[in-house]
Design a protein around this ligand. Structure first.
Ligand code: SF4
Length: 328
Protein backbone atom coordinates (compact mmCIF):
# COMPACT_ATOMS: atom_id res chain seq x y z
CA UNK A 1 0.00 0.00 0.00
CA UNK A 2 1.06 3.58 -0.46
CA UNK A 3 2.29 5.40 2.62
CA UNK A 4 1.22 8.95 2.06
CA UNK A 5 0.87 11.91 4.25
CA UNK A 6 0.32 14.57 1.71
CA UNK A 7 -2.63 16.23 0.10
CA UNK A 8 -4.34 15.49 -2.09
CA UNK A 9 -4.24 11.73 -1.67
CA UNK A 10 -3.94 9.77 -4.90
CA UNK A 11 -7.14 8.32 -6.25
CA UNK A 12 -8.19 5.04 -4.67
CA UNK A 13 -8.95 2.88 -7.68
CA UNK A 14 -10.88 0.32 -5.65
CA UNK A 15 -13.82 2.72 -5.21
CA UNK A 16 -16.69 3.28 -7.63
CA UNK A 17 -16.62 6.19 -10.05
CA UNK A 18 -20.41 6.35 -9.90
CA UNK A 19 -20.83 6.17 -6.12
CA UNK A 20 -17.51 7.41 -4.67
CA UNK A 21 -18.14 6.12 -1.12
CA UNK A 22 -18.68 2.58 -2.39
CA UNK A 23 -15.70 0.25 -2.58
CA UNK A 24 -16.16 -2.05 -5.55
CA UNK A 25 -12.92 -4.05 -5.35
CA UNK A 26 -12.77 -5.58 -1.90
CA UNK A 27 -9.93 -7.37 -0.16
CA UNK A 28 -10.07 -9.25 3.13
CA UNK A 29 -8.68 -6.26 5.07
CA UNK A 30 -11.45 -3.97 3.81
CA UNK A 31 -14.20 -6.52 4.29
CA UNK A 32 -12.88 -7.50 7.70
CA UNK A 33 -12.79 -3.84 8.75
CA UNK A 34 -16.42 -3.36 7.70
CA UNK A 35 -17.52 -6.52 9.49
CA UNK A 36 -15.70 -5.30 12.61
CA UNK A 37 -17.41 -1.91 12.66
CA UNK A 38 -18.69 0.25 9.77
CA UNK A 39 -17.21 3.39 11.33
CA UNK A 40 -13.87 1.62 11.75
CA UNK A 41 -13.99 0.75 8.03
CA UNK A 42 -14.98 4.31 7.17
CA UNK A 43 -12.04 5.81 9.07
CA UNK A 44 -9.34 3.21 8.40
CA UNK A 45 -10.14 2.09 4.84
CA UNK A 46 -12.34 4.63 3.07
CA UNK A 47 -10.73 7.71 4.56
CA UNK A 48 -7.38 6.03 5.17
CA UNK A 49 -6.61 7.31 8.66
CA UNK A 50 -3.94 5.58 10.70
CA UNK A 51 -2.59 6.53 14.10
CA UNK A 52 0.73 8.32 13.79
CA UNK A 53 2.43 5.61 15.81
CA UNK A 54 1.06 2.84 13.57
CA UNK A 55 3.27 4.19 10.80
CA UNK A 56 6.20 2.85 12.71
CA UNK A 57 4.36 -0.15 14.13
CA UNK A 58 7.08 -2.74 14.61
CA UNK A 59 4.63 -5.67 14.39
CA UNK A 60 3.40 -4.55 10.99
CA UNK A 61 6.83 -3.82 9.57
CA UNK A 62 8.30 -7.03 10.94
CA UNK A 63 5.45 -9.07 9.48
CA UNK A 64 5.76 -7.43 6.07
CA UNK A 65 9.52 -7.96 5.98
CA UNK A 66 9.21 -11.57 7.07
CA UNK A 67 6.66 -12.24 4.33
CA UNK A 68 8.83 -10.49 1.75
CA UNK A 69 11.87 -12.53 2.79
CA UNK A 70 10.05 -15.84 2.65
CA UNK A 71 8.48 -14.99 -0.67
CA UNK A 72 11.91 -14.39 -2.16
CA UNK A 73 13.21 -17.61 -0.60
CA UNK A 74 10.27 -19.62 -2.01
CA UNK A 75 10.77 -18.09 -5.45
CA UNK A 76 14.49 -18.92 -5.47
CA UNK A 77 13.84 -22.47 -4.29
CA UNK A 78 11.23 -23.00 -6.98
CA UNK A 79 13.96 -22.08 -9.51
CA UNK A 80 15.95 -25.07 -8.22
CA UNK A 81 18.47 -22.89 -6.41
CA UNK A 82 19.96 -24.77 -3.48
CA UNK A 83 18.82 -23.90 0.04
CA UNK A 84 22.09 -22.33 1.20
CA UNK A 85 22.38 -19.99 -1.78
CA UNK A 86 18.70 -19.08 -1.61
CA UNK A 87 18.99 -18.29 2.10
CA UNK A 88 22.10 -16.12 1.64
CA UNK A 89 20.34 -14.15 -1.11
CA UNK A 90 17.26 -13.78 1.07
CA UNK A 91 19.26 -12.49 4.03
CA UNK A 92 21.12 -10.01 1.82
CA UNK A 93 17.82 -8.77 0.41
CA UNK A 94 16.30 -8.43 3.90
CA UNK A 95 19.31 -6.60 5.31
CA UNK A 96 19.13 -4.10 2.44
CA UNK A 97 15.36 -3.62 2.87
CA UNK A 98 15.75 -2.95 6.59
CA UNK A 99 18.58 -0.43 6.12
CA UNK A 100 17.55 3.22 6.15
CA UNK A 101 19.61 4.83 3.39
CA UNK A 102 18.61 8.34 4.40
CA UNK A 103 19.92 8.05 7.95
CA UNK A 104 22.55 5.40 7.15
CA UNK A 105 21.42 3.18 9.96
CA UNK A 106 19.50 -0.06 10.38
CA UNK A 107 15.79 -0.14 11.13
CA UNK A 108 15.34 0.55 14.85
CA UNK A 109 12.36 -1.11 16.53
CA UNK A 110 10.97 -0.34 19.96
CA UNK A 111 9.48 -3.81 20.30
CA UNK A 112 12.20 -6.17 21.59
CA UNK A 113 10.39 -9.19 20.06
CA UNK A 114 10.26 -7.60 16.61
CA UNK A 115 13.68 -6.20 15.75
CA UNK A 116 15.96 -6.46 12.74
CA UNK A 117 17.95 -9.11 14.60
CA UNK A 118 14.89 -11.23 15.48
CA UNK A 119 13.70 -10.86 11.87
CA UNK A 120 16.89 -12.25 10.37
CA UNK A 121 17.00 -14.96 13.03
CA UNK A 122 13.40 -15.97 12.34
CA UNK A 123 14.11 -16.28 8.60
CA UNK A 124 17.16 -18.48 9.23
CA UNK A 125 15.44 -20.62 11.85
CA UNK A 126 12.30 -20.97 9.74
CA UNK A 127 14.34 -22.27 6.80
CA UNK A 128 16.18 -24.64 9.13
CA UNK A 129 12.92 -25.85 10.69
CA UNK A 130 11.36 -26.65 7.31
CA UNK A 131 14.50 -27.60 5.38
CA UNK A 132 13.02 -30.96 4.45
CA UNK A 133 9.64 -29.45 3.79
CA UNK A 134 7.28 -31.85 2.04
CA UNK A 135 5.23 -28.91 0.72
CA UNK A 136 5.88 -28.48 -2.99
CA UNK A 137 5.22 -25.08 -4.61
CA UNK A 138 2.86 -25.42 -7.54
CA UNK A 139 4.13 -24.22 -10.91
CA UNK A 140 1.40 -22.33 -12.78
CA UNK A 141 0.48 -22.85 -16.42
CA UNK A 142 2.63 -19.80 -17.32
CA UNK A 143 5.67 -21.55 -15.84
CA UNK A 144 5.89 -19.26 -12.81
CA UNK A 145 5.87 -20.52 -9.21
CA UNK A 146 2.58 -19.96 -7.39
CA UNK A 147 4.13 -17.59 -4.84
CA UNK A 148 2.69 -14.26 -3.62
CA UNK A 149 -0.15 -14.37 -6.07
CA UNK A 150 -2.27 -11.31 -6.57
CA UNK A 151 -5.84 -12.23 -7.38
CA UNK A 152 -8.93 -10.40 -8.58
CA UNK A 153 -12.17 -12.04 -9.57
CA UNK A 154 -15.83 -11.28 -10.10
CA UNK A 155 -17.97 -12.01 -7.06
CA UNK A 156 -21.19 -12.45 -9.05
CA UNK A 157 -22.76 -9.83 -6.77
CA UNK A 158 -23.84 -6.51 -8.27
CA UNK A 159 -24.33 -3.08 -6.76
CA UNK A 160 -28.04 -2.24 -6.62
CA UNK A 161 -27.41 1.43 -7.35
CA UNK A 162 -24.49 1.51 -9.79
CA UNK A 163 -24.99 -1.96 -11.32
CA UNK A 164 -21.24 -2.54 -11.13
CA UNK A 165 -20.10 -5.99 -10.14
CA UNK A 166 -18.19 -6.29 -6.86
CA UNK A 167 -14.72 -7.72 -7.34
CA UNK A 168 -12.81 -9.73 -4.73
CA UNK A 169 -9.08 -9.19 -4.61
CA UNK A 170 -5.98 -9.74 -2.52
CA UNK A 171 -2.75 -11.66 -2.33
CA UNK A 172 -2.12 -15.32 -1.55
CA UNK A 173 1.20 -16.40 -0.05
CA UNK A 174 1.65 -19.66 -1.91
CA UNK A 175 -0.19 -22.59 -3.48
CA UNK A 176 1.38 -25.92 -2.66
CA UNK A 177 0.86 -29.61 -3.20
CA UNK A 178 0.93 -31.94 -0.21
CA UNK A 179 0.02 -35.64 -0.48
CA UNK A 180 -1.50 -34.86 -3.89
CA UNK A 181 -3.81 -32.27 -2.41
CA UNK A 182 -3.60 -28.54 -2.99
CA UNK A 183 -3.47 -26.04 -0.16
CA UNK A 184 -3.05 -22.30 0.21
CA UNK A 185 -0.32 -21.42 2.72
CA UNK A 186 0.04 -18.46 5.01
CA UNK A 187 2.37 -17.46 7.83
CA UNK A 188 1.22 -15.88 11.07
CA UNK A 189 3.40 -14.50 13.83
CA UNK A 190 2.57 -14.17 17.50
CA UNK A 191 4.26 -13.67 20.84
CA UNK A 192 1.88 -16.19 22.40
CA UNK A 193 1.98 -20.00 22.56
CA UNK A 194 1.38 -21.91 19.34
CA UNK A 195 -1.31 -24.08 20.86
CA UNK A 196 -4.64 -25.17 19.39
CA UNK A 197 -6.20 -21.86 20.47
CA UNK A 198 -3.78 -20.03 18.21
CA UNK A 199 -4.94 -21.97 15.13
CA UNK A 200 -8.59 -21.71 16.16
CA UNK A 201 -8.29 -17.95 15.52
CA UNK A 202 -8.15 -18.68 11.80
CA UNK A 203 -11.27 -20.77 11.35
CA UNK A 204 -13.80 -19.37 10.86
CA UNK A 205 -11.95 -16.32 9.64
CA UNK A 206 -12.76 -13.75 6.98
CA UNK A 207 -9.25 -13.70 5.44
CA UNK A 208 -8.86 -17.48 5.31
CA UNK A 209 -12.32 -17.94 3.80
CA UNK A 210 -11.47 -15.47 1.05
CA UNK A 211 -8.09 -17.14 0.39
CA UNK A 212 -9.82 -20.49 0.12
CA UNK A 213 -12.40 -19.11 -2.30
CA UNK A 214 -9.79 -17.27 -4.37
CA UNK A 215 -7.61 -20.36 -4.64
CA UNK A 216 -10.57 -22.32 -5.98
CA UNK A 217 -11.91 -19.67 -8.37
CA UNK A 218 -8.88 -17.84 -9.73
CA UNK A 219 -6.39 -20.61 -9.94
CA UNK A 220 -8.97 -23.16 -10.94
CA UNK A 221 -7.68 -25.66 -8.41
CA UNK A 222 -9.52 -27.88 -5.99
CA UNK A 223 -8.31 -26.32 -2.74
CA UNK A 224 -8.26 -28.72 0.18
CA UNK A 225 -7.60 -26.14 2.88
CA UNK A 226 -5.14 -23.66 4.31
CA UNK A 227 -1.82 -24.49 5.91
CA UNK A 228 -0.75 -21.96 8.51
CA UNK A 229 2.83 -21.79 9.68
CA UNK A 230 2.67 -20.25 13.13
CA UNK A 231 5.83 -18.43 14.22
CA UNK A 232 6.21 -17.52 17.85
CA UNK A 233 8.54 -14.53 18.21
CA UNK A 234 10.26 -13.86 21.48
CA UNK A 235 13.43 -12.03 22.42
CA UNK A 236 15.32 -15.25 23.07
CA UNK A 237 14.14 -17.33 20.15
CA UNK A 238 11.44 -18.51 17.79
CA UNK A 239 9.18 -21.53 17.85
CA UNK A 240 7.28 -22.91 14.89
CA UNK A 241 4.20 -25.03 14.46
CA UNK A 242 2.22 -25.92 11.37
CA UNK A 243 -1.58 -26.15 11.43
CA UNK A 244 -4.24 -27.16 8.91
CA UNK A 245 -7.64 -25.52 8.59
CA UNK A 246 -10.51 -26.33 6.24
CA UNK A 247 -12.69 -23.26 5.59
CA UNK A 248 -13.78 -24.72 2.26
CA UNK A 249 -16.39 -26.79 4.08
CA UNK A 250 -18.39 -23.55 4.34
CA UNK A 251 -17.29 -21.95 1.05
CA UNK A 252 -20.78 -21.65 -0.40
CA UNK A 253 -22.28 -20.34 2.82
CA UNK A 254 -19.52 -17.74 3.11
CA UNK A 255 -20.16 -16.55 -0.44
CA UNK A 256 -23.90 -16.34 0.21
CA UNK A 257 -23.35 -14.29 3.33
CA UNK A 258 -21.03 -12.02 1.40
CA UNK A 259 -24.16 -10.66 -0.32
CA UNK A 260 -25.46 -9.52 3.05
CA UNK A 261 -22.23 -7.67 3.88
CA UNK A 262 -21.95 -6.02 0.47
CA UNK A 263 -25.56 -4.85 0.69
CA UNK A 264 -24.81 -3.28 4.08
CA UNK A 265 -21.70 -1.66 2.64
CA UNK A 266 -23.68 -0.18 -0.21
CA UNK A 267 -26.52 1.06 1.98
CA UNK A 268 -24.00 2.80 4.19
CA UNK A 269 -22.22 4.31 1.19
CA UNK A 270 -25.56 5.64 -0.05
CA UNK A 271 -26.19 7.22 3.36
CA UNK A 272 -22.74 8.81 3.19
CA UNK A 273 -23.79 10.49 -0.04
CA UNK A 274 -26.85 11.95 1.70
CA UNK A 275 -25.01 12.97 4.81
CA UNK A 276 -21.31 13.42 4.10
CA UNK A 277 -18.78 13.54 6.93
CA UNK A 278 -21.23 12.00 9.41
CA UNK A 279 -19.89 8.93 11.28
CA UNK A 280 -20.86 5.57 9.84
CA UNK A 281 -22.76 3.16 12.15
CA UNK A 282 -20.67 2.28 15.17
CA UNK A 283 -20.44 -1.30 16.32
CA UNK A 284 -19.69 -0.33 19.90
CA UNK A 285 -19.47 -3.98 20.93
CA UNK A 286 -16.12 -4.10 19.14
CA UNK A 287 -14.39 -1.07 20.63
CA UNK A 288 -12.12 -3.37 22.62
CA UNK A 289 -10.40 -6.05 20.57
CA UNK A 290 -7.76 -8.48 21.80
CA UNK A 291 -7.89 -6.66 25.13
CA UNK A 292 -6.96 -3.30 23.59
CA UNK A 293 -9.11 -0.27 22.75
CA UNK A 294 -9.73 0.36 19.05
CA UNK A 295 -7.29 2.90 17.65
CA UNK A 296 -10.22 5.21 16.87
CA UNK A 297 -11.69 5.15 20.40
CA UNK A 298 -10.50 8.70 21.05
CA UNK A 299 -12.41 9.85 17.96
CA UNK A 300 -15.58 7.94 18.74
CA UNK A 301 -15.88 8.95 22.38
CA UNK A 302 -15.64 12.67 21.67
CA UNK A 303 -18.30 15.14 20.65
CA UNK A 304 -19.07 15.12 16.93
CA UNK A 305 -17.82 18.69 16.58
CA UNK A 306 -14.34 17.53 17.69
CA UNK A 307 -14.19 14.55 15.32
CA UNK A 308 -12.28 16.14 12.46
CA UNK A 309 -9.94 18.05 14.76
CA UNK A 310 -8.93 14.84 16.54
CA UNK A 311 -8.43 13.05 13.24
CA UNK A 312 -6.24 15.89 11.96
CA UNK A 313 -4.19 16.00 15.15
CA UNK A 314 -3.55 12.36 15.96
CA UNK A 315 -3.76 10.51 12.66
CA UNK A 316 -2.06 10.43 9.31
CA UNK A 317 -3.62 9.42 6.03
CA UNK A 318 -2.63 6.88 3.43
CA UNK A 319 -4.49 5.15 0.62
CA UNK A 320 -5.59 1.58 1.22
CA UNK A 321 -6.00 0.40 -2.35
CA UNK A 322 -6.01 -3.38 -2.68
CA UNK A 323 -5.59 -3.12 -6.43
CA UNK A 324 -2.05 -1.83 -6.02
CA UNK A 325 0.36 -4.70 -6.50
CA UNK A 326 2.69 -5.38 -3.63
CA UNK A 327 6.34 -4.44 -4.03
CA UNK A 328 8.71 -7.16 -2.92
S1 SF4 B 1 -13.97 2.90 18.62
FE1 SF4 B 1 -15.64 1.46 18.42
S2 SF4 B 1 -17.21 2.55 17.31
FE2 SF4 B 1 -15.29 3.67 17.02
S3 SF4 B 1 -14.40 2.87 15.14
FE3 SF4 B 1 -13.56 1.69 16.79
S4 SF4 B 1 -14.90 -0.08 16.97
FE4 SF4 B 1 -16.00 1.45 15.80
Amino acid sequence: MNDLNQNPLPKNTSFSEKLPALQISIDSTSLGAFKTCPEYYNLAIRLGYVLDSIYENADLKWGLEFHAAMELFDRLKSQNIDTKTALIETIKHTLIRTWDKETSQPWISENPNKTRFTLIRAVIWYVEQFKNDPLETIILANGKPAVELSFRFESGIYSMSTEEQFMLCGHIDRLIKFHNQIFVTDKKTTKYQLDDNFFDHFNPDNQMSLYDLAGSVVFNQQIEGIIIDGIQCQVNGNKFRRGFIYPGINREVWLNHLKFWLRQLELTALEEQQNPNYPWPKNDKNCIRYGRPCEFAKVCRENLSMRQKILNTHYKRRVWDPLITREV
